[in-house]
Design a protein around this ligand. Structure first.
Ligand SMILES: *[C@@H]1O[C@H](CO)[C@@H](O)[C@H](O)[C@H]1NC(C)=O
Ligand SMILES: *[C@@H]1O[C@H](CO)[C@@H](O)[C@H](O)[C@H]1NC(C)=O
Ligand SMILES: *[C@@H]1O[C@H](CO)[C@@H](O)[C@H](O)[C@H]1NC(C)=O
Ligand SMILES: *[C@@H]1O[C@H](CO)[C@@H](O)[C@H](O)[C@H]1NC(C)=O
Length: 636
């Protein structure tokens, strides 16, 4: 009681201390009862707004623009407008839209290596930068994305629609134009159909055009490069070149989601090592709706560039976009297989693609604005786009893949060898995993092969367990260790998880300095994920409120047994864990490679489940080695 009161006081104090000046826009997002377009128009007219329309197709959110207010508003006007709207009986929720700080994840290189003299062999395309495409042109067997193998099998992205959610797309670029798809494009900043970037003297709006070329530049046309999915349809959603509000993000992720297969995003909250931010209400809604209803119900694919705040010791688990279970979070590796200087380590990264590195290492070649080419695309912006192209090849190989099937295929085919990191471990399912590289380097050839014969995984189950202890003090300079037993919700068919996919620890805690907190989660199989590393720059005193730290490292393990949460507090004062919930996502039955379920295997496994359920404490240790043996035998 005392603790909770203190918490409330603390949070009130802290929110005023830590508050950043917000940039309010003249737009309001509203949830209108029943979601009726006419009702929204009437409400808008009644209070002096213009209804700009529905934000996410199929949902009841509308965007209103104020006639009375220009782009920035004084606090008083603001609260009066919000208050009058919220009093209307048809309005279930209203929020003035705030411009968020969103940063692109390419970076300007300090120096670049000269382009090599061009030589194209007889069987190679005539695109002039082909010989610089070291990450896929076949000159480094085993040290590239094995894209040629996928092409040789006939997969080039045909019929797959990709959109780059970024600062625009130069649709007239001759290496992109033949694959340009207006149905996969929109300009959220100017609210029109044309995603062409704004050309400024600083030429800062090139990222989208560079990313698009990596995915879908035309093959063998004597221009620039070859896109990985060079027969796919490519579009651009221009949304970073203006006020990036929750509504803008949501509208972007939800744009034409029956038509667009893959959304690729190479940006996020500031990677300054002190920010904790993620999708807000509307964007969360759009992502969730996307995976549920997008692509005809198979689920939109959201590829996300992991942060580039390595220099600031940032953690990508403090970015709610990359750490969402709905996004495919992609990290980068350098030409020599090292961790790039900008890379952020965290447990939610799924896999890796090549990108820029040290000054002697080559970068990514691609299309650039003003109908040009570049040999210096960099950062995770470049690696995520390679991943989007590879995902397009995989969906072409098997269009029935769900958003989760694609993640399963990546986990099984990504290659850890040749990527140098000090933290590779083998998880309880026998897979190597690292906080810098996830499960390893994407292998396009292996992915399409596995995709072709893949049987869709069963529906996602969610097993949620709460730790009973609340308000646990973490004295400064010490560690709090908690155990939480889970039976994998075995008694409830709706939530029973036998085979883990994503795992979240949802944590609320106070801390005198947030950056002094470190959090680790160890699974019953003994896999230890770093959920949060120390962030020296993070001086915030707001702690974490219901923050979902995610790990992919338990993929394929069993969730049954004791989970251990460790929290280190290196701060100058005590910290307090208010609560933590463990959320396990996965399937209610085991999954055999290459997908599908072997009936005889299932029979053995259900016997194991039965034992585990019958006698939780005494026989618990028995099933785990047995499961491991079974996994080894079936190469799960
Ligand atoms: C590229 O196009 C040229 C003709 O412009 C053709 O001779 C060559 O065979 C093509 N190369 C490939 C790899 O398709
Ligand atoms: C990167 O390439 C562009 C051409 O697209 C060029 O204008 C720019 O100077 C290059 N930057 C560096 C740092 O080499
Ligand atoms: C996998 O799929 C391909 C093409 O769809 C087919 O030719 C092949 O026989 C399949 N392989 C197995 C092992 O089922
Ligand atoms: C799980 O943890 C509880 C409490 O710490 C302990 O009593 C129990 O023996 C543990 N079970 C296993 C299987 O380690």
């Amino acid at each position: 009681m005392v603790s909770s009161l203190m918490l409330i006081i603390a949070m009130c104090l802290l929110s005023s201390v830590g508050a950043v000046k917000k940039a309010y826009t003249n737009q309001w997002a509203l949830e209108i009862a029943g979601g009726d377009e006419n009702a929204a128009d009437e409400t808008a007219a009644k209070y002096g707004f213009k209804n700009l329309g529905r934000i996410i197709p199929g949902e009841n959110f509308f965007l209103f623009e104020s006639f009375a207010v220009r782009s920035r508003t004084r606090r008083r006007t603001r609260s009066i407008q919000t208050a009058s709207l919220s009093r209307d009986h048809s309005v279930q929720w209203v929020q003035q839209q705030v411009a968020k700080r969103r940063v692109k994840r390419g970076h300007h290189a300090m120096r670049r290596r000269q382009t090599e003299t061009n030589f194209n062999g007889p069987h190679n395309p005539n695109d002039p930068l082909w010989s610089d495409m070291w990450y896929l042109n076949g000159n480094r067997p085993g040290l590239d994305h094995n894209v040629k193998a996928a092409w040789d099998l006939g997969y080039t992205g045909k019929g797959i629609v990709v959109t780059i959610v970024d600062d625009g797309l130069e649709r007239s670029h001759p290496d992109i134009l033949p694959n340009y798809d207006p149905l996969a494009s929109y300009d959220m900043n100017d609210r029109d159909e044309d995603p062409t970037p704004r050309y400024s003297s600083k030429s800062e709006n090139y990222d989208g055009t560079r990313c698009a070329g990596e995915v879908a530049a035309v093959f063998n046309n004597s221009l620039c490069i070859v896109g990985i999915a060079y027969n796919s349809n490519i579009g651009g959603i221009r949304m970073l070149d203006g006020s990036v509000t929750d509504a803008v993000e949501a509208a972007s992720f939800g744009h034409n989601s029956d038509y667009i297969d893959i959304y690729s995003a190479s940006w996020g909250p500031d990677d300054d090592g002190r920010t904790v931010d993620g999708p807000a209400r509307l964007a969360r809604n759009a992502l969730e709706r996307g995976i549920k209803t997008g692509r005809g119900g198979k689920g939109s694919i959201f590829v996300w560039a992991s942060g580039i705040g390595g220099k600031n010791a940032d953690s990508c688990n403090c970015d709610g976009y990359t750490s969402s279970i709905y996004t495919l979070s992609i990290s980068a590796a350098t030409e020599n297989g090292n961790i790039p200087w900008y890379s952020e380590a965290c447990s939610s990264t799924l896999a890796t693609a090549y990108s820029s590195g040290a000054s002697g290492e080559r970068m990514i070649v691609t299309t650039d604005i003003h109908h040009s080419c570049t040999n210096n695309h960099s950062g995770t912006s470049a690696s995520a786009s390679l991943a989007a192209g590879i995902a397009a090849l995989t969906l072409e190989a098997n269009p029935t893949l769900s958003w989760r099937d694609l993640q399963h295929i990546i986990v099984r085919t990504a290659r850890p060898e040749n990527l140098r990191a000090g933290d590779w471990v083998t998880n309880g399912a026998g897979r190597s995993v690292s906080h810098s590289f996830g499960f390893g380097l994407l292998d396009a050839g292996a992915m399409v092969l596995l995709a072709r014969n893949w049987t869709n995984v069963p529906s996602q189950k969610v097993c949620r367990v709460s730790h009973s202890g609340r308000y646990k003090t973490i004295p400064h300079g010490s560690r709090l260790q908690l155990q939480l037993y889970s039976d994998g919700c075995v008694k409830d068919d709706e939530s029973k998880v036998v085979y883990l996919e994503h795992v979240q620890a949802i944590i609320t805690l106070t801390a005198p300095k947030r950056g002094d907190i470190q959090i680790y989660l160890t699974s019953p199989s003994g896999t230890r994920s770093t959920l949060l590393a120390k962030r020296a720059h993070d001086t915030s005193r707001t702690g974490f409120r219901e923050w979902a730290f995610m790990t992919t490292h338990n993929w394929g393990e069993s969730g049954v047994g004791n989970w251990t949460l460790e929290i280190d507090n290196d701060g100058w004062d005590d910290s307090e864990l208010i609560k933590w919930d463990l959320v396990m996502y996965g399937t209610g039955s085991l999954i055999e490679a290459p997908g599908g379920l072997d009936p005889s295997f299932l029979a053995t496994v259900s016997a194991v489940d039965h034992n585990a359920a019958a006698s939780l404490t005494t026989t618990l240790l028995l099933p785990i080695p047995l499961l491991l043996t079974l996994r080894q035998r079936f190469q799960l």
